[in-house]
Each structure stands twice: as C-alpha cells, then as structure tokens.
Design a protein around this ligand. Structure first.
Ligand code: N01
Length: 536
C-alpha cells in the first residue's frame, strides 16, 4: 500500500544555513513545515564539502546567524577562519537549540515539485518515494552544491581504475592518501585549500593547473578569550555593519587612496595588509580592483610574493597569477599553498599550455605523457546557481518546467521568485547577490523577506503570490546590465556560467551589493509588493 502524501503548509528543500533559518521562521508563524534534506544531517554545502582543508574564507565572528542574540552569545568560535567540522557543529548546535530536527527529513533528496492550479498546492516527491503537499515551497538549495558539480569534460574518466572524488561530494569516512600518488585537477578556492593538506600524507602530489589564481594568505589562528569577549560585547554594532556593507562584512571602508600615497607607502601598506591576511588584503585602497593602476600595483605585488615564496623558478612561473585581471575570478585565501610547492614530492603541471587529453586506466595524459595517479581529486567546481534548480523537476502553471525557463540563463524576480511558479520562493536564487557576499548575511535577509511575504499572504487571505513576467524580465535584465562594466567580463568563471561547456554566458549574480539589495527589497515591500500578483 502506498503511503498517502503528508499535507503541510510549507516545504523547505535543503537544511543548510538557509533551510535551518527558514524552518525556524515558518514555524514561528505557526505553519506546518517540513524540511527535506539529501544529506544524513544538516549543513548543506558544509555537509558535503568535507574535503581536506575545507575552511571558510569569511571570518567566523561574522560567518554566522545574527537573528538570535542568545545564539550569538552562546556559541564560541575557536578559529579566525572556521574549518568545515566546526561550521557543521555550529549548524547542528543551532538546529538543536531551536528544536528544528523533528521537522526535518534526512537522506531524502527532492526530485520533483509540481504545482496543481486547481488545488493551489505543490506536490513534492523525494528520492525515497516519500510525497508531501504544501501551499508554499521554499528552495534552500544553495548555488554551489553537491547536486550540480562540474566534472571536467575530459574523456576517459570511466577508464580510470584508481579512486576518484569530486571535492563537493566528499565521502564522510574520509580518504586515506598515505603512500599514494595523488592528482588534483582544479586550483580555485577549493583546490587551493585541499593541496597543502593532501601533500601532508601523499607519497606524490601532482597539481594540474589551468588558470593560476590570485591568492591571499588567510593567516588563520586560534581566537583568544579576550578577543571572543570583545566580539560578543560588540555584536549589535557588528550586526549593523554587516547589514549595511556591500559584501555583508563588518569592515570599514578602505582608508587609503592609491592615487594619494607614494609608491613606497603603498608597498608598506600592502605588506602590512598581507601580513594581517584575510579578504582585507585587497580592501586596502579606495579605488579597488576596478581601477587599472591600483589593480596593476596589487597584481604585481601578488606575483612578487609568489616568486619570493616558491623556490623553484619553473614552478613559480607556472603559479604566478596572470592572463586575466585580478578580481575577474574569485580571489582565494590559502594556508601554506605556495609553500607546499617547495616540497620535493609536489609538482605543478601547466595544463593551459598543454591541456589534459584524457584519463587512462592508471593516470592522466598531458601532451603525450602519462602522469601515474592512484587517487584523483576533482576540485573542478560547480554548475553554479541555475545548475541545482535544473537538476530538479520543478513544474509551475500549465506544467511549465523551471529547468527549461533557466536553460538560456538565470532569471528570477529579486533573485527569489519566478513568474509562472506561484508560491515558490528561492533563498539565494538566480540573479541574487548572495554569492558575491558573506553568504549567511544574504541568506538571513532573504529568509526574513520571504517570511514577511508569506505572512502578508496569510494575513490578507491571499492563496497565491507570484511575480509578474514583466518584473522578472526587468530584474533579469538589470542583473546582466550591472555585470557589463565589471571586471568579471574579462575571464571565464562560474559566476558567468562559462566554466561549464554549453552553459550560456550570462552573469548569475546581482552585483549591486547586499546593502543596496536590502534597500531595493524594502522598496518593493513598501510599494505593496510591487511586481507581485496576489490572488485569493
Ligand atoms: O571551483 P572553481 P571551486 N581541466 O570553479 C579548474 C566557493 N568556495 O570549487 O579556472 C583543468 O572556482 C578551473 O580552471 P579554470 C567560492 O565561492 C568557498 O574551487 O576554469 N582544470 C579552476 O581552477 C568559490 O569561488 C569556500 O581555468 C579545470 C577549478 O577547476 C566556489 O566555491 C571554499 C577543468 C574550479 O574552480 C567554487 O570554488 C571553497 C578542466 N577540464 C569554495 N575544469 C569558502 O571559503 C575546471 N578546471 C566559503
């Protein structure tokens, strides 16, 4: 006998930062809500990305929820940049603190969500065969996720007889590299974190690098009791700063102008920022990475650093960032990445100059030479933002498929809603600023805005809310316009979708910054939800 579908008010897909907070808000409103999560536990990206070295690039004291003063005071971070296990522990702590687990179903990957125009309800089906119906569906699936990893379009992976793993789907039991010849393909934020850790136990490590990244030192360290106390005492101010900053970071605006300081002074300041580490390394000058002269100075400083750290000039030349302007691809943070290439058992191969042709049973072929490999690590990134939506069968009015709507590129109104998909709301969806910011800060905004919208429907007795086609078209176009004059146009990247063969080159992120996005969303609310249609 088949089990009948559970009848709910709301369904949330995913139990990462977004799903956890969304469930809390919907329960506060008294809505019967269930979260479906593919993993065995909470965490989302921080559940799947358990590759060696996985660590956050934002500082722990602001890479967290701000909605609860109690949680801010009760949780204590141990390091400046938290590692994956600590973030996973934090998300479990929040889940239990708010007693959310009882409304979460784990090991349950949502495969479809179909809207019925007559009943005005969604039916959601999971990989387990379980079904549920609800009036609202909120996607909390993230933009860089295990469901939409980007496997390199290199022939022969099925021939390879060794073990291989994508970093975004890392096995929970871990991988033992000791005594093995390991190959890492990909040198974005992920590969840069994994390489130094893998090198600690591997017999030999070959890094296959296509594009050298601009990398800043994290200068991670444990946090002292005094520092933690000071942060906790200042949380109200930190929260305000996070909410009013372009990138959702509680940093002050850059204090110096490149044009106004001497070259010697610029070098001294850059050195000082470099030694302090973290994302602030490139937030020194007011001109930022958009100004060519400032950028050239900073790019040269970075290259000089590589040459001073990496002893072998051949390796250093391969690793030096070049070929595109700094900022056109995401800048990464490292801990001992360049230093790792001074180890005799670690090599780097320039696969831009001589591309990988294929995998063999025993290794990787580059320019007719086989590199023997026992374990292959693919740090090759994601089919970002639209990828996770297109992996699910989401059907709105008249059976229209979201996967098809997103085929030609990202589209959404305010990065949170889709025309023709009533009561379907997306946290950090396409055309949203989240992935250009400190992500939890954007998530917190989206969750609160979506909760307000749902509450408005409930109070006013509206059965259905959806954006107009016109509003969606305008926001979609604005997303592209904002990217036109940005440095991002000058390289291929996941932000442009140009890392995935065949994906349209359309910018996936709304580049106005979190502070402006908050203002724009508030204006929409204040104008009686301009751009949305409501029906009873
Ligand atoms: O992925 P990426 P990622 N042959 O797409 C290479 C977030 N994140 O997983 O640049 C050879 O950046 C590709 O080369 P190229 C963060 O937002 C956050 O590293 O296309 N190489 C590139 O080097 C980040 O931006 C944290 O030439 C191939 C790499 O694979 C995002 O996740 C930590 C190839 C992919 O880099 C994605 O980062 C880690 C091929 N066929 C990640 N195909 C935090 O700290 C691809 N590559 C929060």
């Amino acid at each position: 006998m088949t089990k009948s579908a559970e009848e709910l008010d709301a369904i949330v897909i995913g139990a990462g930062f977004s799903g956890i907070y969304m469930l809390h808000k919907l329960r506060e409103m008294g809505l019967r809500t269930r979260v479906f999560e593919a993993g065995e536990g909470v965490g989302g990206a921080w559940y799947w990305n358990r590759y060696p070295g996985a660590r956050c690039d934002s500082e722990s004291y602001f890479y967290c929820f701000f909605f609860s003063d109690e949680i801010l005071q009760e949780w204590t971070w141990s390091e400046r940049f938290p590692a994956q296990p600590e973030i996973e522990r934090y998300l479990n702590f929040v889940t239990d603190r708010l007693d959310l687990r009882k409304d979460m179903t784990f090991n349950s990957r949502v495969t479809s969500a179909v809207y019925d125009e007559e009943t005005k309800r969604w039916t959601v089906e999971a990989s387990t065969g379980e079904k549920a119906t609800a009036r609202y569906v909120v996607t909390a699936i993230g933009g860089l996720t295990s469901t939409a990893t980007n496997l390199p379009n290199i022939p022969g992976i099925e021939d390879f007889k060794g073990e291989w793993y994508h970093t975004g789907n890392w096995p929970k039991e871990g991988v033992d590299f000791s005594g093995k010849r390991v190959g890492v393909i990909g040198t974005g934020s992920t590969g840069i974190q994994a390489v130094p850790e893998i090198a600690k136990t591997a017999k030999h490590l070959t890094v296959f690098q296509r594009t050298p990244a601009y990398i800043m030192p994290a200068k991670n360290h444990p946090l002292s009791e005094e520092y933690v106390e000071e942060v906790k005492a200042n949380y109200p101010e930190i929260k305000e700063k996070v909410r009013s900053h372009w990138g959702g970071q509680p940093y002050d605006a850059p204090a110096y102008s490149f044009k106004e300081v001497s070259l010697d002074e610029a070098e001294r300041l850059q050195e000082e920022y470099w030694n302090n580490g973290g994302l602030r390394v490139i937030q020194l000058f007011k001109e930022g990475t958009q100004d060519p002269a400032t950028r050239e100075f900073t790019e040269n400083f970075f290259r000089e650093k590589v040459r001073s750290i990496v002893k072998d000039p051949v390796k250093a030349e391969i690793l030096e960032p070049k070929g595109y302007p700094m900022g056109a691809k995401r800048i990464a943070l490292d801990t001992n990445y360049y230093e790792t290439f001074n180890l005799p058992h670690v090599d780097v191969v320039n696969v831009k100059k001589t591309p990988i042709t294929n995998f063999t049973e025993t290794g990787v072929m580059v320019g007719g030479k086989e590199y023997p490999i026992d374990i292959l690590v693919l740090a090759t990134g994601y089919d970002a933002v639209t990828g996770p939506f297109r992996k699910m069968d989401i059907r709105g009015r008249g059976g229209i498929k979201l996967a098809e709507r997103l085929e030609d590129g990202p589209r959404a109104y305010l990065g949170m809603s889709f025309a023709g998909f009533p009561n379907l709301l997306a946290i950090s969806g396409p055309c949203n600023p989240a992935l250009s910011t400190n992500v939890p800060a954007s998530i917190e905004h989206d969750v609160e805005w979506i909760a307000d919208l749902i509450e408005h429907c409930e109070k006013e007795g509206f059965a259905v809310v959806e954006p107009t086609q016109e509003a969606e078209d305008e926001w979609t176009e604005e997303t592209q316009t904002k990217a036109v004059n940005s440095v991002f146009t000058e390289a291929d990247s996941w932000q442009f979708g140009s890392n995935v063969p065949g994906k349209p080159r359309r910018f996936l992120i709304w580049l106005g910054g979190l502070h402006k996005f908050r203002e724009r969303c508030k204006e929409v609310t204040d104008a009686d939800y301009a751009g949305f249609k409501f029906t009873r």
